[in-house]
Design a protein around this ligand. Structure first.
Ligand code: FAD
Length: 377
């Protein structure tokens, strides 16, 4: 057993940490305050080859393993969750379905511009009436004269409405109890995208409601065999959970770093608050839990890279890091006292950005359901 990261993985960490510190950190608060999508940063991430890391080079991606990708997402989230989720949703949810289930023709059509980061892709699974029960999709697609005619709605969809969004892969009923995935191009007639939704956190990321009114999608945009949509989206979610779990570790690490620095600098009762044992114990607990969470995430990524089953470990990593980031963000803000509650303090943004990590890509309860199923319950 060797727990050392390879030189390549260390290089990914150093590169992304440098980018996050030098390019993202100075603008993160402003992007959050203005709810402005980070187009300039996405272009820079694309130049660095970070918008399609696990997609093979022949399709314009970085050809890295899942572990390298998880490390990159962790490092971005340490500084800013909006930028991190933009990359993670684009890669794991938007691009991956086309790579995993697309025909060679579909891959050649879509992947080069997506994996290079020139365009963005989204995954539209959630509906107003189908959240945790994602299979309860009501959106319908009917084959008529060589086109899928789509009617229905999706909600809370990441990356669907930016100026550079190319497409959304949606789940739709193509028959009774038959779910299929369809790639809907952003310019499809009858496809309407709402204004950006207002959120507690992830304010610089793009979240939209989508509606389809007799929306015509070319017949050839069916992804994989008809009726495979349910199986496909479960597989997509399994992989996506590793990146959201990496966000949990990254957010917790960022919150810890802020709390550590503040505790050393802030003086009360004539000495730095870091000299009080109560604060030291909090920081010790935080550091310990972060280490445990990181080990879970890297193990899930490693299993995936070995081609071994990883769904249970991905759900465990997502569950644990979701709850861990909650505890750590809360303690980190507590260590900041009243200053942490002010908008201008970075910890308040991390605190707001944290909550969604226990909801998106399957709630904590859904992760427990997935884990229990794998345990044979
Ligand atoms: C900012 C943001 C971005 C998102 N991005 C995307 C995206 O890009 N694509 C996409 O498809 N979706 C996206 N989502 C949707 C997200 O995945 C869903 O919000 C999530 O799956 C939960 O569904 P819901 O909100 O309908 O909650 P519900 O399913 O209504 O759940 C409400 C509560 O009930 C609990 N619950 C439900 N069923 C059970 C049960 N059987 N046992 C116990 N408890 C249960 C839940 O755990 C939760 O606490 C995003 C959401 C947000 C907020």
């Amino acid at each position: 057993m060797n727990l050392d990261l390879t030189e390549e993985h260390e290089l990914v960490r150093r590169t992304v940490r440098e980018f996050a510190t030098e390019r993202v950190a100075p603008v993160a608060a402003e992007l959050d305050r203005d709810g402005r999508f980070p187009y300039e940063l996405v272009a820079e991430l694309a130049d660095l080859g970070l918008m399609g890391m696990p997609i093979p080079e022949e399709y314009g991606g970085g050809g890295t393993d899942t572990l390298a990708y998880a490390i990159a997402i962790e490092e971005l989230t340490r500084v800013d969750s909006s930028v991190a989720i933009t990359v993670a949703a684009h890669t794991s949810l938007g691009t991956m379905p086309i790579f995993l289930f697309g025909s060679e023709e579909q891959k050649r059509e879509w992947l080069p511009s997506l994996a290079s980061g020139e365009r963005l892709a989204a995954f539209g699974l959630t509906e107003p009436g189908a959240g945790s029960d994602a299979g309860a999709t009501r959106t319908r697609a009917e084959l008529r004269d060589g086109s899928w005619i789509v009617n229905g709605a999706k909600i809370f969809i990441t990356n669907a409405g930016t100026d550079i969004s190319a497409c959304v892969t949606i789940t739709a009923l193509t028959g009774d109890g038959e779910i299929s995935n369809l790639i809907v191009p952003n310019d499809a007639p009858g496809y309407e995208i709402s204004a950006p939704m207002h959120k507690l956190g992830w304010r610089a990321s793009d979240t939209r409601e989508l509606s389809f009114r007799d929306c015509a999608v070319p017949e050839g945009n069916l992804l994989g065999p008809r009726g495979e949509g349910f199986k496909q989206f479960l597989e997509i979610l399994d992989g996506g959970r590793i990146s959201v779990a990496a966000m949990g570790v990254g957010l917790a690490q960022g919150a810890y770093d802020l709390a550590f620095a503040y505790a050393k600098e802030r003086e009360q009762f004539g000495r730095p608050i870091a000299s009080f044992q109560a604060i030291q114990f909090r920081l010790a607990d935080m550091a310990t839990e972060i280490e445990a969470g990181r080990a879970l995430v890297y193990k899930a990524a490693w299993l995936k890279d070995q081609g071994r089953p990883f769904a249970k470990e991905a759900a465990m990593a997502k569950l644990y890091t979701g709850e861990l980031s909650h505890r750590v963000a809360n303690w980190a803000l507590q260590i900041h006292g009243g200053y942490g509650y002010m908008d201008e303090s970075a910890i308040s943004r991390l605190y707001r950005d944290q909550k969604i990590l226990e909801i998106g890509e399957g709630t904590n309860e859904v992760q427990r359901m997935v884990i229990a199923k794998h345990l044979g319950l």
